[in-house]
Design a protein around this ligand. Structure first.
Ligand code: ARG
Length: 587
């Protein structure tokens, strides 16, 4: 690969402007090019450095007379490049760039031959931890965990595509005091638990509820439960075995959801970090960060009015002590450069405090944007039609497996209504129903800015019009059918055909395709999957516009237009992949 053509379109343009800036203002070495795509009619991209440069240099005896003259110089000093068709100056020194249509076409053709992998963005890090999903053992996995699973998986996929090694961590809650209660209840109810264990427990959530009731009602039981925690944490074999059995049942339940969603995770639960806590806390104590407060051991964080409790007054560790140990482990043992935590916004304060403690300890740089970096990816609530937290009619927590079943069943019913049961094999029907049903649930979640609450609505998410997975998956299938119906061998065309972008709508679509890498990069850097959803939806809109104004099959430009269809389908599929959606090839 020749270095010049590496990175996203925006990065390539930025490199050109960088050269120009060094020539225009040789003394201002810190100034980085500010390049952005623009929707103005004067160009495709814009360089916006002139204004801020002017305020930097105006007192320093410069020959420039103001932002416009700086803009002129930036334009004049741009190295010649086949990317650029023309440049112009607008307003107070903005440099507008019109990209060369020939270059756009050539770049797309190159991707058709070398693969979309050559369009992956380059990030500045090598390894990241994405801590997501992370349900609690024996408690229900609720829609909050579903959001974390969907968002976390999309972020992990985007980072992986950007050549980052991702440690996909399921930080399950497997170490709380609730285990004392559960184990004690198991022993009491089923003295022969070792033989009947898993059957005895049956529905773990019901088991949790009854043991909680026992715990609340009987002080003697409560006492026993507290002793059971101590025994478990001391490593008593019998208690450990019971604990493992309980975890295993939960794990099997969680896996059903992951399997359906096609999400891969590696479990390192809270218990994993337990042995690291004493050492980590000791080091923090030695640095003078941990102090005694009302019987507990705490870290005071500047700007926060409550401290971070790391050892409770009863001497036990808590959620925060575990997260400190996990942060330490991820930095020092796993050598991750970016730690990403996906949970509801309710935990924002907790993570802010843990990260601040990490900064005070010198584990993380004081400047939050430098690596190694820790980021909390918060998200809002899933609401029901009544505007309240999403629940079942009997106001129970919605079981995720049921929810996914319903999505699939509804999409299957819609396919049958369209007569697909007669047209397709059972397997095709099943697979499409799953791709569309699960895809709809994922996309409805991902398309919103994650911080906002959203209303869960099957009818809306399964609508085949509007910004939905169904619409997008069908749009892709339609492109595939155009290609199929042409009867052309695309592999052959990729080698022999030439892509032209003469029509405005062809050019607009081509340019949009080329922006894929920078969009993925933006979605990764800002940890916002909705940015990619918006890109995908616009891609589909751009395609529709092209297809309604440019005849493909049977036209004089057939070969070129088929190549454009193929490139669109490839980019769409990559978007689907990154969002965790499975493409559909026919409808
Ligand atoms: N188990 C927690 C919950 O259900 C989420 C854990 C998130 N990860 C972490 N490192 N604290 O709320």
């Amino acid at each position: 690969m020749d270095e010049e053509n590496v990175g996203s379109l925006k990065q390539q343009l930025s490199r050109l402007f960088e050269v120009s800036l060094r020539a225009t203002v040789p003394d201002e070495l810190e100034v980085e090019p500010l390049v952005a795509a623009c929707t103005a009619k004067f160009g495709d991209y814009q360089c916006n450095n002139a204004m801020s440069l002017w305020s930097r240099i105006k007192g320093k005896g410069t020959a420039f007379k103001g932002p416009p003259s700086i803009g002129q110089a930036i334009m004049k000093n741009l190295p010649p490049s086949e990317m650029i068709e023309s440049c112009s100056i607008a307003g107070p020194g903005f440099v507008n760039i019109v990209l060369s249509k020939k270059w756009i076409a050539k770049t797309i053709q190159k991707m058709l031959i070398d693969g979309i992998g050559t369009w992956s963005p380059r990030l500045r890090i090598n390894r990241a931890v994405v801590d997501f999903s992370s349900p609690n053992i024996a408690k229900e996995m609720h829609v909050g965990h579903l959001r974390s699973t969907i968002i976390g998986d999309a972020l992990a996929r985007m980072l992986e595509f950007s050549n980052v090694e991702v440690l996909r961590r399921n930080h399950v809650g497997d170490w709380g005091t609730q285990f004392g209660m559960l184990i004690e209840f198991l022993f009491e109810k089923f003295p022969n638990w070792e033989d009947v264990g898993e059957q005895a427990i049956g529905d773990l959530q019901a088991f949790y509820k009854s043991s909680k009731k026992r715990f609340d009602d009987d002080p003697a039981f409560k006492e026993g439960a507290q002793q059971a925690v101590v025994r478990l944490q001391r490593g008593d074999a019998k208690y450990r075995k019971a604990w493992m059995q309980i975890c295993e049942i939960s794990r099997r339940e969680f896996d059903k959801v992951y399997q359906r969603l096609g999400v891969h995770l590696e479990e390192k639960g809270e218990s994993f970090y337990n042995p690291y806590i004493p050492g980590v806390l000791e080091a923090l104590s030695n640095q003078g960060l941990i102090v005694e407060s009302e019987g507990a051991r705490v870290i005071f964080i500047e700007g926060k009015n409550i401290p971070l409790i790391v050892v409770k007054s009863d001497g036990g560790y808590n959620y925060a002590s575990t997260d400190l140990a996990a942060l330490w482990y991820r930095l020092n043992e796993e050598k991750a450069e970016w730690m990403i935590y996906v949970t509801d916004v309710g935990q924002q304060q907790h993570f802010e405090m843990v990260f601040s403690a990490g900064r005070c300890a010198g584990w993380l740089p004081a400047e939050v944007n430098l690596y190694p970096k820790a980021s909390h990816v918060g998200f809002g609530l899933v609401l029901g039609e009544d505007g309240k937290r999403f629940r079942t009619r009997s106001s129970e927590v919605v079981r995720l497996v049921d929810l996914l079943d319903e999505a699939k069943n509804r999409s299957k019913a819609a396919l049958i209504e369209r007569g697909k049961a007669a047209e397709w094999t059972d397997e095709e029907l099943e697979q499409t129903a799953e791709a569309v049903g699960y895809g709809a649930v994922k996309y409805a979640d991902l398309k919103n800015n994650r911080l906002t609450n959203y209303t869960f609505n099957f009818d809306q998410m399964l609508n085949d019009k509007g910004n939905t997975a169904v619409y997008l998956l069908y749009a892709h299938a339609r492109i595939c059918s155009i290609i199929r119906k042409s009867g052309k061998d695309m592999e052959e065309l990729k080698k022999t055909g030439t892509l032209l972008l003469d029509h405005v709508d062809e050019r607009a679509l081509g340019l949009h395709l080329l922006q894929f890498a920078e969009i993925v990069e933006e979605a990764c850097t800002n940890l916002l999957p909705n940015v990619l959803c918006e890109y995908l939806y616009n891609l589909s809109e751009n395609f529709t516009k092209f297809y309604s104004n440019c005849q493909v099959v049977g036209s004089a430009d057939e070969t070129s237009r088929l190549l454009l269809c193929e490139a669109t389908a490839i980019v769409m599929r990559k978007c689907f992949y990154l969002l965790g959606l499975v493409p559909v090839y026919k409808i």
